[in-house]
Design a protein around this ligand. Structure first.
Ligand code: AKG
Ligand code: FE2
Length: 449
């Protein structure tokens, strides 16, 4: 087919838009938002208004009426509703209408193949998907979401571009079961986790005591009462006895000026967009991005090649890996944050409960790096209410904290809930890196997140 007729690609080549907002990118890299995608899918054959130019039958009795000669005797009605049966389609262009998504265009040199495929898909849909109980979870969301699905399928796109096709052209590819996230993205419960019980506390103690990490100037902002670091416990007031807090460690000298500037710059190349939050799921089980009133900021996801494969990005990721000892593949991509005046992020936890049942596991750790200095009275501090910690942004400094309990690294530790105070003047830049219990990158590139 011509270039413009090719289906959207999913090549992991960095053209797929925003991690959280672009779940169904078009071939030019722009996003088809989830609402649009689902309303497209809801366009059923009964919605004649949107299909007046399509060459199809939109009444059940067309064939019958055509056989009675009504194409000639009642041409006004018949040409409005029964173009296909009346053979009144422009040469080489007709549409097959059905109940599972967009009417399918039958055109071009391989029109006969497309027609055959459409008929096979019809059999598949009626004898399997719509009738067998094992397809119950997907039977109401398996649609051809583009009029060219069947044409693409005959051109081998179900194989060549399977990540996109298997969910967006599932009837044509006969892959309806893939609409079920549990089937498309199975979780390997035996895949090793980054942290078992106790490992997180051990990691922090190691950061605080091992001479290698001195260069980053680690400072314990909070630590468990029983920490074995030999450091002076930070909660000495007897009234604090019995209170126990998780580790929060600042690395006051973590990134160089050059590294900070580079991340800010790369964020600009990717493009800072209004921040969203993951809420609910799309038809294919991927997380849905939602505008949020608890958050007023911009962010750029560093997963386009130009950002992710940048030498300095990789250097920073290696540095973080050196501190956490967690494989790089377990981390998300940098989320580079930009807060303008009035920007803030209300109290929240970085833990996403539903991640527990996904391949990547939960966000065990957050590394938050400040990329520029807060000027006097400029606001923008990070605040942990439970530990009463207020952290003023300082260029190149980072804080590392767990979102889970060290004793049970899958369970949420709400004590590290935090907020970003309002930026009062100037701009605040920071970067998040969330580190998961298991491989994040493979399911990400498989369009499972
Ligand atoms: O900007 C900050 O200080 C905190 C940002 C944050 O908590 C987040 O993005 O999850
Ligand atoms: Fe956060």
């Amino acid at each position: 087919g011509s270039v413009s007729d090719d289906p959207p690609r999913s090549t992991g080549d960095g053209n797929e838009g925003d991690l959280k907002t672009c779940l169904n990118p078009n071939d030019d890299g722009t996003c088809l938002n989830p609402e649009e995608a689902s309303s497209q899918a809801n366009l059923s054959s009964n919605d004649g208004s949107s299909m007046t130019n399509m060459c199809l039958d939109d009444r059940d009795d067309c064939e019958e009426k055509a056989a009675r000669g009504e194409c000639k005797t009642k041409p006004v009605y018949m040409l409005a509703h029964c173009k296909l049966s009346c053979n009144a389609c422009p040469a080489n262009l007709k549409f097959f209408d059905n109940e599972y998504g967009e009417p399918q265009e039958i055109s071009g040199d391989n029109a006969a193949d497309i027609e055959k495929l459409v008929q096979e898909a019809d059999v598949y849909m009626t004898t399997k998907i719509r009738t067998k109980t094992m397809y119950h979870s997907v039977k109401d969301k398996c649609f051809n979401r583009d009029k060219l699905c069947s044409k693409w399928a005959t051109e081998g796109e179900c194989q060549k571009n399977h990540l996109w096709m298997q969910v967006n052209c599932a009837p044509a590819c006969q892959t309806c079961e893939k609409l079920d996230h549990r089937i498309r993205c199975p979780v390997n419960e035996r895949a090793p986790k980054a942290f078992e019980a106790g490992d997180i506390d051990e990691m922090f103690e190691n950061i605080m005591t091992h001479p290698h990490y001195k260069q980053y100037k680690p400072v314990a902002l909070s630590q468990p009462a029983e920490a074995q670091t030999g450091l002076v416990p930070i909660f000495k007031d007897p009234s604090e006895e019995g209170k126990n807090f998780p580790w929060v460690v600042a690395l006051e000298n973590f990134l160089t000026e050059e590294e900070c500037d580079r991340l800010i710059y790369l964020g600009g190349i990717v493009g800072y967009k209004q921040s969203y939050e993951a809420e609910g799921v799309n038809f294919d089980g991927t997380y849905k991005a939602k505008a949020s009133d608890s958050r007023n900021s911009f962010n750029a996801w560093c997963w386009e090649k130009q950002c992710y494969e940048d030498k300095i990005t990789q250097q920073i990721l290696a540095k973080i890996g050196n501190v956490t000892n967690v494989p790089e593949k377990n981390s998300e991509f940098f989320q580079i944050l930009r807060y303008e005046e009035g920007g803030l992020y209300k109290l929240h936890s970085d833990y996403i409960p539903t991640d527990l049942h996904r391949a990547q596991g939960v966000r065990a750790l957050t590394m938050l790096i400040y990329l520029n200095d807060a000027e006097y009275n400029s606001g923008g501090e990070t605040y942990f209410p439970v530990m009463d910690l207020t952290i003023r942004p300082k260029k190149g400094a980072a804080i590392l904290f767990p979102n889970v309990h060290s004793s049970n690294p899958d369970s949420q530790d709400r004590r590290t809930a935090h907020a970003a105070f309002t930026v009062k003047n100037g701009v605040k830049y920071a970067a998040n890196l969330w580190i998961h219990q298991r491989d994040f990158k493979t399911p990400f590139f498989d369009r499972c997140n």
